[in-house]
Design a protein around this ligand. Structure first.
Ligand code: AMP
Length: 200
C-alpha cells in the first residue's frame, strides 16, 4: 500500500465552502454552475498543500490538473521540489455510464463516505453504514449541472490527455469496469511507476 496523502482539489475547495472562508465564498457559485474555479485559486491551494511535510514522499492528486496552465505549473512545482515526473491516469468511462454514476452519487453528511443509489447494499435504509449519517447529494451532482461539468471537461481538460501523452506520462484505465477491477489496475500502474515513493 502507498502511504501518501490523497489530495482532491474538489474536497479541498468544498472544505473552504463549508467553512465559509473568503476563498470558499468565491468558489461556491462557480462550482454550483459546474464551471472550473480560476487557476490562481486552485494552484494556491495545491502548492500550499504539496509543501506540507506529509507530501515529502509523494502524493496522489485527484481532480487536478484540469487546465493546461495548471499542468504546466505542476511541472514547475515538481521540478522545484525535486520530485520525479508525474504519472497521469485517464479513467475512460462512457458518457451515459458517467452521468448515471455521478447523478446517483450520495455522500455521507457526517464522514463523507461515498455511495451510489444504483448500488446500495441490500436493506440499506439511506443511511451511512459506517456512522449512520444521512446520505446527501452534492449540489453539483444534480443531472443538469453534470452536463455543464462535462462540457467544461471537454473544453478545458481534454487537451491534457494529449499533453501527457506527448510527455510520455499518460496511463489509461477502463473506468467502466467494477470498483475492484479499476482499483487493481490503478495499483498495478502505481507499482510500475513507483521508485522509492518519489513519483507524484
Ligand atoms: P470534483 O470534486 O473533482 O468533482 O470537483 C468539484 C468542482 O470543484 C469542479 O466542478 C470545479 O468547480 C472545482 N474544481 C475541482 N478541482 C478543480 C481544478 N483542478 N480546477 C478548477 N476547478 C476545480
Amino acid at each position: 500500500m502507498y502511504h501518501v496523502p490523497h489530495l482532491s482539489t474538489g474536497d479541498l475547495l468544498r472544505d473552504h465552502v463549508n467553512h465559509g472562508t473568503e476563498l470558499g465564498l468565491k468558489a461556491k457559485p462557480i462550482m454550483d454552475r459546474g464551471e472550473l474555479v480560476p487557476d490562481d485559486i486552485v494552484l494556491g491551494i495545491v502548492e500550499e498543500r504539496i509543501g506540507r511535510p506529509d507530501c515529502a514522499k509523494g502524493f496522489l492528486l485527484d481532480g487536478f490538473p484540469r487546465t493546461m496552465p495548471q499542468a504546466q505549473r505542476l511541472d514547475e512545482i515538481l521540478r522545484k521540489r525535486h520530485f520525479r515526473k508525474p504519472v497521469a491516469v485517464n479513467f475512460r468511462v462512457d458518457h451515459d455510464v458517467l452521468v448515471r454514476r455521478v447523478a446517483g452519487r450520495r455522500v455521507c453528511s457526517v464522514g463523507g463516505e461515498i455511495y451510489n443509489v444504483h448500488d446500495l447494499p441490500n436493506g440499506q435504509d439511506g443511511r451511512c453504514l459506517v456512522d449512520g449519517g444521512t446520505l446527501v447529494q452534492r449540489s453539483d451532482d444534480r443531472a443538469e449541472v453534470v452536463l455543464d461539468r462535462l462540457a467544461a471537461f471537454e473544453r478545458q481538460t481534454r487537451p491534457l490527455i494529449e499533453y501527457y501523452r506527448s510527455t510520455g506520462d499518460l496511463e489509461e484505465v477502463d473506468g467502466s469496469a467494477s470498483v475492484e477491477e479499476v482499483g487493481k489496475k490503478l495499483l498495478e500502474i502505481l507499482a510500475e511507476h513507483s521508485v522509492d515513493g518519489h513519483r507524484a
